[in-house]
Design a protein around this ligand. Sequence first.
Ligand code: TYD
Length: 138
Amino acid sequence: MEPSLPARCRLLPLRIRGDSRGSLIALEKATGVPFDVARAYFIFDTREGVSRGCHAHHRLNQLAVAVHGGCTMILDDGEMRETFRLASPDQGLLIGPMVWREMHDFTPDCVLLVLADAPYDTDDYIFDYEEFRRLAGS
Ligand code: TYD
């Protein structure tokens, strides 16, 4: 069942272009990425029991895809918190500004690809959950 997601978050079904050789998924405006990509990074080799994320962004838009393996996502917009498993290469997760996100329970083989609409900028981060709640409520 599709999770009901917090505000500014959306699941994006990604079209698999398959043929007898295998599969390919393209990420661009034409396939539903709703922003110009300024940065891509991927998280892999995540140690057992490690959690990542645990922050929000003031302005950043991101698209996360578990291209291999999976992890548990927690998304929180200050009003609702949803926990679900992101574990399919044909499922994109759009995370907008002012969403607290945590990633837990990575499979050892997980490769989590993230596209973003801005360069890396520590000033855009909110690391403190109480501060996030305060800002989200105002
Ligand atoms: P970090 O923000 O801790 O990752 P996460 O929030 O996913 O747990 O990033 C780990 C390191 O990588 C940290 O030193 C900052 C650096 N980093 C970059 O240089 N560029 C990036 O785009 C990102 C996301 C992180």
